[in-house]
Design a protein around this ligand. Structure first.
Ligand SMILES: Cc1ncc(COP(=O)(O)O)c(C=O)c1O
Length: 926
């Protein structure tokens, strides 16, 4: 492979290259134009490069066919200087998006005029109207597209709130490629009569259209295309144009993917207005819009909110700087009102309600609750609303502490299931489906399946493990058809806007399951499997089969929480609770109680407004922004992997190191592995039990002699780089919709600098310096504590639990700590701990102990402590351990208090745990 193709291949053909790849393509053309202009390359080379690029450019409104033709003419006239000037202007206009303003004043596409190069927010005054592009799928030959485009542009009126350019394609494949490549497309008009095959025979496009998994033989109906487009980008408005049978089409339930159906093009202006209205529907932010109006009104407040209107701030000599810092609008918008255009978060009936309904549409849910105290609160609300005291919840022990506290508050009985461990990096993966199924089957064997109400999992995990949400839900529903699923997607809200990641989100999968269950095939599949498995299949048979649920029995009940503030443009603490539950009406009142329990009666208006605005942004530009975040992540991964100096000391864990081979059934290794292409990545996303979210990047720093906390501190103090969590020998970097390629460049420079310093230190220091370094690396990389599994609850807290499962009454355990006399403290290093471990009586934790990192509870209230837990605690070298004060020691429930609770006469029903620690399964190199 030539170095040129090596360089280009990942940008276009590889998975998920986003909008940045386009800017790169123009920059590459600019290099060729500059080389031609300076005489170091030929005109023919430039023309070939331009021809290649022009094919992909057909999918974009700017620079458009006329400007591209002008470029070609200029090249044909052998005018290298003008050509260079034009390419430079276009490349810069794309990078800064200044062309949008030019299009607004209708100057573009006039000959070779080159837009100015100011960044979008600057330049000529006046507010720029938001810009988008409309894809028009047509049978009209390409030669007529310029005339057609002129007709569309003629429809523009000064009153229009937005401005758009038309983009034409004439085939099914090209329509698909256009919406995949062009994030600016916000509406699609589908006329009848288009072809299936692309008019271009280009490998990049062929790879892309192969991923839609559609075949020419199935025909080219407008409806079929509409469904494919909507599957990939559900936020798009689709307009179907039919020359005949328009009423029949409108009556077809499958046509509900279209926003409107028109009879041919007799009403072009109507269509234009409908397109604008469709975008307006997404642009509208009911709460924020009212908030802005409210802030303009002269309002006197005689309420307990002195900060409102800002007078106490701006008149003060002492705190005016706060006003100057945040600006007066913040204070004009501060309000405690729930009337006068605003609404109540506790019982929304007006614009908050509408904003929540719009969020439900955007995220594929039936209902959404806005939450202003983070997903910590969303999780507690969901648990409280759905679980009654004594109900069993199958839950990942490593889930966020809000779930555990939710169980304490609600009296749920957690049945902890273990994630696969990544001991060498002191972190956990995700819970294998087999483990979850086994827990359900154990409960069934004990006749207590009716007690389990919920499966509660984190998707994706902190470190980026993504579940096969659809498979987990389908298989669990095959065992218990009315199970509720709570997916904590605190980190993963953005995934809704990536066609690749969406199917692995809670709502993406729930929508797919719902659609599949409606098909007659669902019952056939179920009955076929039932007859294959026989009347009384063994646990082994059930564990080894991909179970199919009975569509007649399933009650699909799916909840998702997301920290909107973690992955979208919401202010800190902005969170959403998403509902897709056929039985929601039966729990709706409980949800209102949960809101009343947890929501402040003085919720912050700015937070609510930011949730509304975050939804608007994701519906209008989420697709491109998420593609960009993924592209940035790949750029980091590639730059680190290719840099010989950085790779001496640092390493980013690939999917093969984060997910054991057993859970990568498709054989996928890593995004950057040789031979991996778009197809293999899609296969992995479709089939594998776990995938890695590419935007979550684990950088191993132990090999550079840093522990995670140390390295995080170094990056923050010396280089102003903030990062996410740490482990003993790694740090977690995360790309998001805010990152740019300049951020990547900064990070890579910093890693280079640190690597160079280490290199120099080792080269210039003596043997002792090198020995010290090696010892430190060895200690960080090999002397890692085993990760302890959850042991079990003490019998005193196991109520009526059976013998095969380990659920317990965490709430009783929690309140045992309130009995000061019934508790004791023993210091971790005390020999008494070892004596009790050997001879008893058992050590039982009185509270949560949550080391940060890793951030999950090493001990929960009522848990019996084992040697492994104690060893882990003793080896732990983190400073922040919630629930543990080293000078006091471990807080334990006294044996006498346990005896009083349990009753001496009761017989112990001990679970026989399979393994006490996760030492056997390793991830790396499997
Ligand atoms: C998996 C998970 N869920 C929930 C939360 C809590 O979210 P928030 O910070 O929005 O309260 C976190 C926070 O880190 C988390 O990691």
């Amino acid at each position: 492979m030539s170095s040129e193709t090596q360089h280009r291949e990942p940008r276009i053909d590889q998975f998920l290259s986003g909008p940045g790849a386009r800017v790169d393509r123009w920059r590459e053309l600019l290099d060729v134009a500059a080389a031609w202009s300076s005489g170091t390359t030929s005109r023919a080379k430039f023309e070939t490069a331009l021809a290649e690029l022009s094919i992909l450019e057909e999918f974009f409104g700017y620079p458009g066919p006329r400007m591209l033709a002008a470029l070609q003419e200029s090249a044909a006239a052998d005018d290298a200087r003008t050509t260079l000037r034009m390419v430079r202007g276009i490349a810069a206009a794309l990078a800064t998006r200044s062309f949008q303003r030019e299009l607004d004043v209708d100057q573009a596409n006039e000959g070779d005029s080159v837009p100015d190069l100011m960044p979008p927010a600057l330049g000529k005054g006046g507010r720029r109207r938001p810009y988008f592009e409309t894809l028009i799928v047509t049978e009209v030959p390409a030669a007529n597209w310029p005339a057609l485009a002129a007709e569309w542009r003629n429809l523009r009126r000064p009153l229009d709130a937005f401005i758009y350019e038309p983009v034409f394609v004439a085939s099914f494949e090209d329509a698909f490629c256009a919406i995949m490549l062009n994030p600016a497309i916000a509406a699609v008009v589908v006329n009848e009569g288009f072809e299936f095959r692309s008019r271009h025979d280009v490998p990049v496009l062929r790879t892309l259209s192969a991923s839609m998994n559609e075949h020419e033989s199935s025909g080219t109906s407008t409806l079929r295309l509409a469904h494919v487009l909507k599957r990939v980008r559900p936020e798009l408005d689709i307009y179907l144009l039919s020359n005949h049978r328009v009423e029949e089409m409108a009556g077809n339930p499958k046509a509900n993917v279209a926003r409107r159906i028109f009879y041919a093009v007799e009403e072009l202006l109507e269509l234009h207005l409908a397109i604008l209205e469709g975008v307006q529907d997404r642009f509208e932010t009911p709460f924020f819009d009212n908030m802005k109006k409210y802030a303009q009104r002269p309002i006197g407040t005689f309420h307990a909110l002195p900060i409102a209107r800002g007078k106490s701030i701006f008149k003060s000599d002492w705190i005016r700087d706060m006003g100057e810092f945040y600006g007066e609008t913040l204070f004009l918008a501060e309000s405690s009102a729930t009337t006068g255009g605003l609404d109540s978060l506790l019982e929304p009936t007006g614009n908050i309600k509408k904003a929540q309904q719009m969020a439900a549409r955007a995220f594929g849910a039936d209902h959404v609750f806005f939450v202003t105290n983070g997903t910590s609160t969303s999780n507690k609300m969901a648990v409280q609303a759905l679980i009654a005291p004594g109900d069993i919840v199958i839950v990942d022990r490593n889930c966020h502490k809000s779930h555990h506290y939710g169980f304490v508050l609600g009296g749920a009985q957690p049945l902890y299931v273990e994630a696969f461990p990544m001991t060498e990096y002191s972190m956990y993966g995700a819970v294998p489906l087999r483990t979850i199924k086994q827990a359900l089957l154990n409960l069934r064997a004990e006749g207590r399946l009716d007690r389990v109400k919920m499966v509660d999992l984190t998707n994706c995990t902190f470190d980026g493990h993504i579940y096969n949400t659809r498979r987990v839900m389908e298989e669990c529903l095959a065992i218990k058809p009315d199970l509720i699923f709570l997916w904590d997607e605190a980190w993963f809200g953005f995934a809704r806007f990536s066609p690749f990641l969406r199917p692995r989100t809670a709502m993406g999968a729930a929508n797919e399951i719902e659609a599949c269950l409606r098909e007659p095939q669902a019952l056939t599949n179920y009955e076929k499997q039932r007859s294959e498995l026989g009347a009384d299949p063994s646990d082994d048979a059930l564990l080894n089969t991909r179970l199919v649920p009975d569509p007649r029995q399933v009650r699909l009940r799916v909840y998702q929480t997301n920290s909107t503030h973690k992955s979208m443009s919401a202010l800190r603490q902005g969170s959403m609770l998403l509902v897709k539950d056929v039985d929601f009406h039966t729990v709706e009142a409980q949800f209102h109680e949960a809101v009343f329990t947890h929501a402040s009666t003085s919720p912050n208006q700015q937070l609510i407004a930011s949730l509304d605005v975050a939804r608007r942004q994701m519906e209008l530009e989420g697709f491109g922004l998420v593609a960009n975040a993924i592209e940035v992540a790949f750029a980091i991964r590639q730059a680190v992997a290719r840099n010989p100096l950085i790779t001496k000391y640092f390493h980013i864990l690939g999917a093969d190191e984060m997910v054991p081979a057993a859970y990568r059934q498709s054989g996928f290794s890593d995004y950057l592995s040789e031979g991996v292409n778009w197809g293999s990545i899609l296969k992995s996303l479709h089939e594998d039990e776990f995938c890695l979210d590419p935007t979550r990047i684990t950088l191993v720093c132990g090999t550079a002699g840093f522990d995670g906390t140390q390295f995080k501190g170094l990056l923050a103090s010396r280089y102003n780089i903030q990062l996410n969590k740490t482990s003993r020998n790694s740090v977690l970097l995360q790309s998001n919709i805010n990152n740019t390629r300049s951020d990547v460049a900064h990070l890579i420079r910093v890693l280079m600098e640190i690597s160079r310093e280490i290199d120099q230190r080792l080269a210039q220091g003596g043997a002792n310096v090198r020995k010290t370094f090696e010892d430190r690396v060895k200690s960080l990389m090999s002397d890692v504590p085993d990760l302890p599994n959850f042991s079990q609850f003490h019998d005193a807290f196991r109520g009526d639990a059976g013998e095969r499962t380990n659920e317990g009454d965490i709430r009783a355990g929690f309140y045992s700590a309130y009995d000061a006399v019934g508790c004791e403290y023993i210091r971790l290093a005390d020999a008494e701990i070892d004596r009790r471990l050997q001879q008893g009586p058992e050590l039982v934790s009185a509270n949560f102990v949550i080391p940060y990192p890793p951030g999950f509870p090493i001990m929960v209230p009522g848990q019996v402590l084992t040697r492994e837990t104690i060893d882990f605690m003793r080896k732990l070298d983190v400073k922040e351990i919630h629930g543990y004060d080293a000078s006091e020691g471990l807080k334990l429930v006294r044996p006498e208090a346990l005896a009083a609770l349990f009753g001496a006469e009761k017989k112990s029903k001990r679970v026989k745990p399979a393994t006490q620690t996760n030492t056997t399964e390793k991830t790396a190199g499997e």
